[in-house]
Design a protein around this ligand. Structure first.
Ligand SMILES: [Zn+2]
Length: 316
């Protein structure tokens, strides 16, 4: 595997035969695992446009591919409802869901290899993003990179590609590979005309700023108050709250971090504390919250349960 697993300087796709990461560009790129030879062209790195009339048509197409009637509050790129074959999987442990995801992804890959297109873009997008979370939790960066880049290859819409590139930027930033993170995000649309796309962009940019220790920039990106942070889903709202509390404390503004923590818990529940416990961020604000909260012992039990449930699949 390449030393920086999310570098856009190289092509890394899944082998069409065995699914293993396949590196390189050319007429005859050979899989190191199964020996299959593939033709790998250069990646399309053109700037994505996710606003305007053409994008409005693309959003409508995505909306039409989603199962059932449109749900209030859920845009075409939200991960609810689940596609066919994954009904009722909400709350299932990832370990139980992963074999089904991998099987579905293999079928999508085979379909693309045979027909040079995916028949159901929403389903492929959904499976890729849920699989991304699974690979991230398993810390399987090599397969995660190959799957994300293969999804970029297969999904034609600029909205899906924008979100996949945001995920790639997040992964690179978490690996402290900032040049790669910037490069993946550079071709996303900073003026995307969709709430999910816009909030994914701001959260990815704030993750990069956070890992660079640019905490004032994190607050600038996520808004001066919780209410102004991008909050298309509960999961994203919790990520935002965790980032804001951490940034305030890292700027030395511990009182504000504590106030933000309390406000976030009142608004979003104990998932915020669970997220901070997991990342071990904002230790001073957390210690002061523990001292000031009489119900913390009971709360801690709840939080531990919530922390455990974070390894299960949830859309919001
Ligand atoms: Zn192979």
């Amino acid at each position: 595997m390449i030393p920086v697993p999310f570098s856009p300087a190289v092509r890394v796709l899944e082998c069409p035969r065995c699914g293993a990461p396949l590196e390189g560009v050319g007429e005859a790129v050979r899989c190191r695992f199964c020996g299959a030879v593939s033709v790998v062209g250069p990646r399309d790195d053109r700037a994505l446009v996710a606003h305007g009339d053409a994008f409005a048509d693309e959003r409508a197409r995505m909306l039409a591919q989603r199962p059932g009637p449109p749900l209030p509050g859920y845009g075409p790129y939200s991960l609810s409802p689940n596609p066919a074959g994954f009904e009722g999987t909400e709350g299932k442990p990832y370990a139980e869901l992963a074999p089904r995801l991998l099987q579905a992804w293999e079928a999508i890959r085979a379909e693309f290899a045979a027909e040079h297109k995916v028949r159901d873009e929403y389903r492929a997008y959904w499976v890729a993003l849920v699989l991304d979370t699974w690979y991230a939790s398993e810390q399987d960066e090599a397969r995660r990179r190959a799957m994300l880049e293969s999804a970029l290859e297969m999904l034609p819409g600029s909205g899906c590609r924008h979100i996949l590139r945001c995920h790639m930027a997040n992964a690179a930033a978490r690996a402290l590979d900032f040049a790669s993170a910037d490069a993946w995000l550079a071709s996303c649309d900073p003026h995307a005309d969709d709430e999910d796309l816009a909030s994914n962009y701001r959260l990815s940019a704030s993750t990069i700023a956070d890992r660079r220790h640019e905490y004032a920039r994190v607050l600038e990106l996520l808004g001066p108050t919780l209410a102004q942070a991008p909050n298309a889903t509960m999961r994203r709202s919790i990520n935002c709250a965790e980032a804001r509390v951490s940034a305030l404390e890292d700027l030395g503004r511990v009182n504000e971090a504590l106030a933000e923590l309390k406000m976030s818990i009142a608004e979003l529940g104990p998932g915020v504390v669970a997220a901070l416990l997991r990342t071990k961020r904002a230790p001073q604000a957390m210690a002061r919250y523990r001292r000031s909260s009489k119900g913390f012992v009971i709360g801690a039990v709840v939080i531990a349960i919530v922390a455990a449930t974070l390894v299960v699949w949830r859309t919001c």
